[in-house]
Design a protein around this ligand. Structure first.
Ligand SMILES: Cc1ncc(COP(=O)(O)O)c(C=O)c1O
Length: 396
């Protein structure tokens, strides 16, 4: 939902931006000064390599290995690729795997930009229904795979796209059982598609990190080529656009490197060097602790405004997220949240915009969900926008 230029009063709870108040400009200046001191040859202002800075790749792997439950002893920094955020990694991964007409399994709901990416590659997204806890519904997935087999297209399923940590849009995490369930059902149907785990929000928990390891560390996924995607955009600065991909499969990695080489021969070297300096100097984790408090407080604020407004009694449901930047609200079934519908107009009249939930579904597209972001708006604006939103809901 675009923001009309003529409406400066509008507050967007739609945009996936982070909060300017916590962008670490002093830290980035310090990192730049550190680089100037430590690399007088100015290497960081030259081209780098397609693969990415070796030390940064090592630091990414160490950071990941330190997350709860991870066992990554078999992986080396050679298997890490530095990317222009996880968005580029998603594109490289999908392009390297899929031809037009191929299929990718996605959670329903999922990251709507990935749905658009699939569409651009003429790849069909097949939604895996999720259950009440947000886990993938095993029986439904099994039924879908049987259906694809009957259609004669099971062999065209090239990838499974999972978001194990504070998913976009639902902000729920996948449990160990949910992930294991996906692996088991795929195996049962002899489907050995590549598994892409997008962990864009993993570092942005609001207190305690989700204790479940990634698919890289889960033995039940051993027979699957896997790619784990991390990013420093949301936690550090979206403007730096530095992310990383970790692959268990060397041939797949070679393909990613080949495509990336042709696209840009390497993520901006300067930006990589800044992120590397911050990680190498132990400055990333303290930054995350601050973000955790900041976004945790904003999540509490939005939750309280929604809660006190009375919209629950009007049939709206949500869970306060434990991490990430997003609230996922389910309205009454007869309340359309689509852009032209009465609720969207009531919101626009009051000066607030949201993401209609139906964008996020691959298969069935129910239109009574809404995604709200706590990212960009400062606390006062978030408070105001949430009140406007609730007023619009109660006006229906
Ligand atoms: C789930 C998910 N994956 C990937 C991305 C892309 O992030 P970036 O390219 O900034 O790392 C986003 C951005 O909003 C996202 O929400």
């Amino acid at each position: 939902m675009g923001l009309p230029q003529s409406r400066p009063d509008l507050i967007s709870l739609a945009a996936g931006f982070t909060d300017n108040a916590v962008l670490p400009s002093d830290l980035i200046r310090e990192a730049f000064e550190g680089l100037r001191r430590e690399d007088p040859g100015l290497g960081y202002l030259q081209y780098g390599s397609t693969h990415g800075r070796p030390l940064l790749r090592e630091l990414c792997l160490s950071h990941l290995a330190a997350c709860p439950g991870e066992r990554l002893d078999d992986l080396t920094a050679e298997q890490v690729l530095i990317t222009n955020g996880s968005q580029q990694a998603l594109y490289l991964a999908t392009q390297s795997l899929c031809d037009p007409g191929d299929l990718v399994l996605v959670e329903d709901p999922t990251y709507f930009v990935y749905l658009s990416l699939l569409q651009s590659l003429q790849v069909r997204a097949v939604g895996m229904p999720t259950d009440a806890d947000g886990g993938v519904d095993r029986e439904a997935l099994s039924g879908i795979l049987s259906g694809l087999k009957q259609e004669g297209v099971l062999h065209r399923v090239k990838a499974v796209y999972l978001m194990g940590y504070y998913s976009n849009p639902s902000s729920r995490c996948l449990s160990l059982e949910a992930k294991r369930g996906v692996a088991e059902v795929l195996q049962l149907h002899d489907c050995r598609a590549a598994v892409i785990e997008d962990a864009a929000y993993r570092d942005l928990h609001h207190g305690n990190s989700h204790g479940v390891p990634s698919v890289l560390s889960m033995p039940c996924f051993d027979g699957f080529p896997r790619l784990y995607l991390g990013t420093f955009t949301k936690p550090l600065a979206t403007g730096l656009k530095v992310g990383y991909a970790v692959s268990t499969d060397r041939k797949w990695l070679e393909k990613l490197l080949f495509i990336k080489g042709n696209q840009d021969f390497g993520t901006a070297h300067f930006n990589q060097a800044i992120v590397e300096w911050i990680l190498a100097n132990g400055r990333y984790l303290p930054l995350l602790a601050g973000l955790s408090r900041h976004y945790g407080a904003k999540a509490t604020l939005l939750d309280q405004v929604l809660e006190h407004s009375g919209i629950r009694a009007a049939g709206w449901h949500w869970q306060k997220p434990d991490g990430g930047l997003l609230f996922w609200l389910r309205g009454p079934e007869d309340c359309s949240t689509a852009m032209g519908a009465s609720l969207a107009r009531a919101c626009l009249d009051r000066g607030v915009v949201y993401v209609p939930g139906h964008f996020c579904f691959a298969s069935a597209a129910p239109d009574h969900f809404i995604r709200l972001s706590i990212g960009a708006a400062c606390a006062d604006k978030l408070n105001l926008a949430a009140s406007r939103f609730c007023e619009a809901v109660l006006s229906q």
